[in-house]
Design a protein around this ligand. Structure first.
Ligand SMILES: Nc1ncnc2c1ncn2[C@@H]1O[C@H](COP(=O)(O)OP(=O)(O)OP(=O)(O)O)[C@@H](O)[C@H]1O
Ligand SMILES: [Mg+2]
Length: 320
């Protein structure tokens, strides 16, 4: 509740309003007219202050065309520089959106995130924020990728530009996301990409918890992620664990999903609510033919045809 600002309300008037227990903008706008007339020094002044406060503190309507033009101006595509993936994503990661990379353990989600991180830092000279929920961020793997590509001189600069932030419980993640949300949109501190690897593990403590506690926290995180992506024009990648159909993680009533995923071999954890949160979901799985090969399938998207696939390889030099 913002206090009445001294640049709009003269000190004498502030004092007089205070004596009527009117301290904030909301107090002022909700106060009865008669009470305000007593506190202010005439109707003219009252009308002027009211007008100024409404102009400064109420949301202004904007027409849809203005909003659409703003969106076009602010949205950009960030290449991952993994050729197959960029083709699959129609060019790369879309700012303002959330991409989920989902797969069984060991399929290469982290390898994909690390490679994209290195590529963006190296080729776009942008910072990347890497939220490390398992506290297993592997700097030596980043070095290995750089060295195989002969980027020996750039190693320090690249490592410096990756903000690795540990967040090993859900409350730390929420606090962190809130602080990211509150930085100025012009700040370059958090870069053009935010990775959360992995979101799923933070919810394991809530399996079987009463009152759907995990669900309300997930809901909160989902809205923070959407606000951050749009407000800061960043792309967000979240990794999610997939489980085989038989393994039941029931804390978010996964049994309700049976209908939706009948045809699928694996399913995302995090429950039914989360299913609709990411703009795009990629399922990554090991190819049966070649050991290092991974198949990526679009399982959900606002703008890409479902079922589109690509294959990539996990190599010493990263994901190619
Ligand atoms: N230097 C490397 N060279 C080639 N392949 C590698 C290298 N490092 C890791 N891999 C491959 O990546 C796999 C592990 O992938 P990754 O850690 O990304 O899995 P994940 O999907 O993130 O698993 P989890 O869900 O458990 O975190 C290994 O099994 C291996 O096949
Ligand atoms: Mg991983």
């Amino acid at each position: 509740m913002p206090k009445l600002p001294s640049y709009l309300v003269k000190p004498q008037l502030l004092k007089s309003l205070g004596s009527c227990k009117i301290y904030s903008v909301t107090d002022f706008l909700q106060a009865e007219f008669e009470k305000l007339v007593t506190a202010t020094f005439g109707e003219e002044e009252l009308i002027e202050v009211t007008r100024q406060l409404i102009r400064n503190y109420s949301t202004q309507p904007k027409d849809a065309l203005t909003l659409y033009r703003y969106l076009l101006r602010k949205t950009s595509i960030i290449q991952t520089f993994i050729k197959g993936l960029d083709d699959l994503l129609n060019g790369g990661l879309l700012t303002g959106t959330l991409l989920e990379i989902c797969g069984l353990s060991g399929t290469g989600k982290t390898q994909i995130c690390l490679t994209i991180t290195v590529n963006i830092v190296l080729k776009m000279k942008s910072n990347v924020t890497y939220i490390d929920t398992k506290r297993d961020f592997c700097s030596s793997r980043v070095l290995q990728i750089l060295q195989t590509w002969n980027y020996k001189e750039e190693t320090d600069t690249v490592l410096e530009r990756i903000n690795v932030i540990p967040a090993d419980d859900i409350y730390k993640l929420i606090t962190l996301l809130q602080s990211i949300k509150n930085v100025l949109p012009s700040s370059e501190k958090f870069g053009k990409l935010i990775v959360i690897d992995s979101l799923a593990v933070l919810f394991f403590p809530f399996i079987g918890a009463p009152n759907n506690q995990g669900l309300s926290l997930l809901n909160h995180i989902a809205s923070l992620l959407k606000i951050i992506a749009v407000k800061h024009h960043v792309a967000i990648i979240v990794t999610n664990l997939a489980s085989k159909f038989e393994d039941n993680i029931d804390f978010m009533k996964l049994e309700d999903l049976k209908q939706d995923i009948k045809e699928s071999e694996v399913r995302p954890t995090l429950g039914k609510y989360w299913l609709h949160v990411p703009n795009t979901r990629l399922i990554v799985s090991k190819s049966s033919a070649v050991e290092c090969e991974r198949v990526l399938v679009i399982k959900k998207s606002d703008y890409i045809k479902l079922g589109n696939t690509c294959t990539v390889q996990v190599l010493n030099s990263g994901v190619r």
